[in-house]
Design a protein around this ligand. Structure first.
Ligand SMILES: NC(=O)C1=CN([C@@H]2O[C@H](COP(=O)(O)OP(=O)(O)OC[C@H]3O[C@@H](n4cnc5c(N)ncnc54)[C@H](OP(=O)(O)O)[C@@H]3O)[C@@H](O)[C@H]2O)C=CC1
Ligand SMILES: N[C@@H](CC=O)C(=O)O
Length: 409
C-alpha cells in the first residue's frame, strides 16, 4: 500500500485530496497498488474542516511524522519555513516530495534538488509554475536537449485575471482583487502577486530548466502592476496594445538575463490574447522556432491536477531530466521600443529629454490625465516606462507631423 501525506489543506491541498480520492481506482490501476491518504498536516486548530475527510488531520508536526510510513508527500503550505525543514526531512529519508510552492523552489531549489539526488528520490515542482500547464515536465521530459534562446510568459493568474476584468469590464482594482482571493487564485499575501514576486519566482525556475543554473535573487529584475494607472491602460488600448505582466529569461552574450515587468503587447503577439486566470508561455529556439503553452494558471483543480500528474510522471519516468549541458542559443534584447507615460506637467522636460538623447517618438496619445509616447529606445528613462513586445516599426512616424516639437531624427 502506498501511503500519502498532505502538508497543507487549503485551496491546493484540498484539491489534491479530492483529485486523489476521485480518481483512486484509476491511480491504483496505474500504480499497481492501493493508495491511502494517511495524514494531513494543517496550521489552525479552529478552522472548520469538511466532516468527511477520511484521514488523520493534525496541527502537530510530530504527530504527523509518526502517524504513518509515508511513501509520498504533497507539500502545499507555501513560504520558506517551515516548508523547507519539512521538505528536507522527507527527502533525507528518501521519500519523494511534490510541491506547488514556487517561492521555496526558486529560493532553495538548488539545495533541495541536491538533497533529492543524494537520497535517490524526487523533488517535483510541476505545479509551482503556471498552475495547470505541464511546462516543467515538458522541459524535463520531451525538450531535454532542445536549445532554447528565450522563455517568456504570463505566469501570474491573479494579475492577468485582474487586468482582464479591469480592462474589459471596467471594474475597480480592490473589487477584482477580492474576487481573485475568493476564487483561490491569489497568494496568502497578495503583494506577492501584485508586486511581481510570484512571477519572478516562476521565471527563475523556468530559467534554471532552460539555461542550466539557478539564478540568484539579484540577477533578475522585478516590477509589479502597482505603478500602473488606469490612464496608462486606456492609452495603451486606444493605440491597440494589451497590457500584460510579462516574465522572461533569455540567453545574452555573457549571461542569462531575466525580468518581470508590465509590458504592452501588440495585438498579433500570441500572449496578447491570453485572458483571465489563463497563463501563457512561449519558448523560442532555432530548431523549434516558437512553442506556445496556454492553460489555467491558478486555482484548485488545475493546480491539484498538476501535482498528481507530477507524481505519476515521476513514477513512470524516474530518470527523465533536461540535459542541463544543452547549449543555449544567444538572443539580443527582446524589445526595441517602449511606452513612456508622462503627466502634462512633465511634457516640456520630456521634449527636451528626447531631443537631447536623440530618441525618436513614433506615436503619441493625449489623455486628460497625461500622455503616452511610443519611443524607439530601450534605455532607462526618467518617466514611467514599460517595454513594448511585438513589431511597431510600421507605425506612423511622427517626426514629419510634429517635427517642430520632437525634432527630426
Ligand atoms: N492557489 C493557487 O491557485 C496556487 C497556489 N500555489 C501554491 O500552493 C501553495 C499553497 O497555496 P494555497 O493552497 O493557495 O494556500 P492556502 O492559504 O489556501 O492553504 C495553505 C494551507 O497550508 C496550511 N499551512 C500554512 N502554514 C502551515 C504550517 N506552518 N504548518 C502546517 N500547515 C500550514 C494551512 O493550514 P490551515 O488550513 O490550518 O490554515 C492551509 O491548509 C503555495 O505555495 C502557493 O504559492 C501554486 C499554484 C496555484
Ligand atoms: N497566485 C498564483 C497562484 C498560482 O501559482 C497566481 O495567481 O498565479
Amino acid at each position: 500500500m502506498l501511503q500519502i501525506g498532505l502538508i497543507g489543506f487549503g485551496t491546493v491541498g484540498s484539491g489534491v485530496y479530492e483529485r486523489l480520492t476521485n480518481t483512486k481506482e484509476q491511480l491504483e490501476q496505474l500504480l499497481g497498488e492501493e493508495i491511502l491518504i494517511s495524514a494531513i498536516l494543517v496550521k489552525s486548530r479552529q478552522k472548520q474542516r469538511a466532516a468527511d475527510i477520511e484521514a488523520f488531520v493534525t496541527t502537530s508536526w510530530e504527530e504527523f511524522c509518526n502517524s504513518a510510513e509515508f511513501d509520498i508527500i504533497f507539500e502545499a503550505i507555501g513560504g520558506i519555513e517551515p516548508a523547507l525543514s519539512y521538505t528536507s526531512k522527507w527527502l533525507e529519508k528518501g521519500v519523494p516530495v511534490i510541491t506547488a510552492n514556487k517561492k521555496l523552489v526558486a529560493e532553495k531549489g538548488q539545495l533541495l534538488e541536491r538533497l533529492a539526488d543524494q537520497h535517490s528520490t524526487y523533488y517535483g515542482y510541476e505545479a509551482a509554475v503556471a498552475g495547470g500547464i505541464p511546462i516543467i515536465n515538458a522541459l524535463k521530459g520531451t525538450l531535454t536537449t532542445t536549445p532554447i534562446s528565450r522563455i517568456s510568459g504570463i505566469l501570474n493568474g491573479t494579475t492577468n485575471y485582474m487586468l482582464t476584468e479591469m480592462i474589459e469590464n471596467h471594474r475597480g482594482f480592490a473589487d477584482v482583487l477580492l474576487e481573485a482571493q475568493e476564487l483561490g487564485y491569489a497568494e496568502a499575501d497578495p503583494t506577492d502577486d501584485l508586486e511581481g514576486f510570484d512571477a519572478w519566482y516562476k521565471i527563475r525556475i523556468l530559467s534554471r530548466l532552460c539555461f542550466g543554473s539557478w539564478p540568484s535573487s539579484n540577477e533578475f529584475s522585478r516590477k509589479g502592476v502597482s505603478t500602473i494607472k488606469d490612464w496608462h491602460v486606456e492609452i495603451g488600448e486606444r493605440l491597440g496594445f494589451k497590457l500584460k505582466l510579462i516574465a522572461e529569461a533569455w540567453q545574452g552574450e555573457a549571461k542569462v538575463n531575466g525580468s518581470v515587468t508590465p509590458a504592452f503587447l501588440t495585438q498579433n503577439e500570441p500572449l496578447a490574447s491570453v485572458r483571465g486566470v489563463t497563463n501563457g508561455i512561449s519558448i523560442e529556439g532555432d530548431s523549434i522556432n516558437q512553442l506556445l503553452f496556454i492553460g489555467p494558471g491558478a486555482g484548485k483543480e488545475a493546480t491539484a491536477n498538476s501535482m498528481v500528474e507530477d507524481f505519476l510522471f515521476h513514477e513512470r519516468t524516474r530518470h527523465s531530466q533536461r540535459s542541463l549541458g544543452t547549449k543555449a542559443e544567444q538572443r539580443k534584447e527582446s524589445f526595441t521600443h517602449a511606452f513612456v507615460f508622462l503627466t502634462h506637467a512633465e511634457r516640456e522636460i520630456a521634449l527636451q529629454w528626447v531631443k537631447k538623447n536623440q530618441i525618436a517618438v513614433i506615436d503619441t496619445f493625449s489623455h486628460h490625465e497625461g500622455e503616452g509616447w511610443i519611443i524607439n529606445s530601450t534605455d532607462v528613462t526618467p518617466f514611467e516606462t514599460y517595454p513594448i513586445y511585438g513589431d511597431v516599426s510600421t507605425r506612423r512616424r511622427l517626426e514629419t507631423i510634429h517635427s517642430a516639437q520632437f525634432g527630426a531624427f
